[in-house]
Design a protein around this ligand. Structure first.
Ligand SMILES: [Ca+2]
Ligand SMILES: [Ca+2]
Ligand SMILES: [Ca+2]
Length: 246
């Protein structure tokens, strides 16, 4: 037997296990945050399916709206710039906190952190402009039209209309509002309304891949919105197309 100095315990197996738990715990928290917000979104989507008339009848009718999405969403640039206090092109947690406070979204500190993490979709840390658009649209879905009050009344009406259409575009593919679009939903919807020939499967496959950012075989609303915003061509000066994943 030899004496173990307490400080030497960081060499032990147990220490490695305990230290490793930090990472596991944060991954666990991340998954829980993701799931909690996904569930809230699904609740709101289902409510919407129950209470609203359908907006879109075909994929074409959605595609045709892309230019007007772009036009409508441009106004968000001003909101983004306003809350990006240090003008570094990224909304950090502190900036998001003050943003949501001013948009009168009632949320705990933890809630804000969750939303910040949830909407950090790409590989650049923090919330960049396109992610901010997704974030506002989700807040609109969860907290109602007051979220856009910061812009002028006219712009706010316009913006809410665009958000409604974007969410309804998702519901075109996700009819029940279950929150998870699968590849077969895309294939099915793209072919049932097309007057032309079937869309080749490699195209629908690629389309789905472009949307399914975490590659889990399902596209949720935030992934869908992020894709729509990119397709609408809503980019910032410093954003360019090379940031999309290969
Ligand atoms: Ca900033
Ligand atoms: Ca980001
Ligand atoms: Ca996914």
């Amino acid at each position: 037997m030899y004496y173990h100095h307490p400080l030497a315990w960081h060499d032990t197996k147990l220490f490695q296990v305990v230290a490793g738990m930090g990472g596991a715990a944060s991954r666990f928290t991340q998954r829980r945050v993701e799931r909690d917000l996904d569930n809230k979104v699904v609740e709101a989507l289902r409510e919407r399916v129950r209470t609203r008339k359908k907006t879109f009848k075909s994929v074409d009718s959605i595609t045709m709206r892309l230019p007007s999405f772009k036009d409508g969403l441009r106004d968000i640039r001003d909101i983004f710039d306003h809350y990006d206090g240090d003008s570094n092109g990224t909304i950090d947690k502190e900036e998001l906190r003050s943003c949501l406070r001013q948009l009168q979204v009632q949320m705990s500190e933890k809630g804000v952190d969750s939303v910040h993490r949830y909407c950090d979709i790409d590989n650049r840390k923090g919330i960049q402009f396109q992610e901010f658009v997704v974030l506002l649209c989700l807040m609109y879905l969860l907290f109602g039209p007051n979220v856009t009050r910061q812009v002028s009344e006219f712009e706010s009406v316009k913006l809410n209309y665009v958000f409604d259409e974007l969410i309804d575009a998702f519901l075109f593919f996700n009819k029940e509002g279950g929150g998870k679009m699968r590849r077969k939903d895309v294939t099915q919807r793209m072919n049932e309304t097309s007057h032309q020939e079937r869309t080749p499967s490699h195209i629908t496959t690629q389309l789905f891949k472009d949307m399914d950012l975490d590659r889990n075989g399902k596209v949720n609303l935030k992934e869908f919105l992020f894709a729509m915003i990119r397709w609408a061509g809503l980019e910032t000066d410093e954003d360019d197309s090379n940031e999309t994943s290969p």
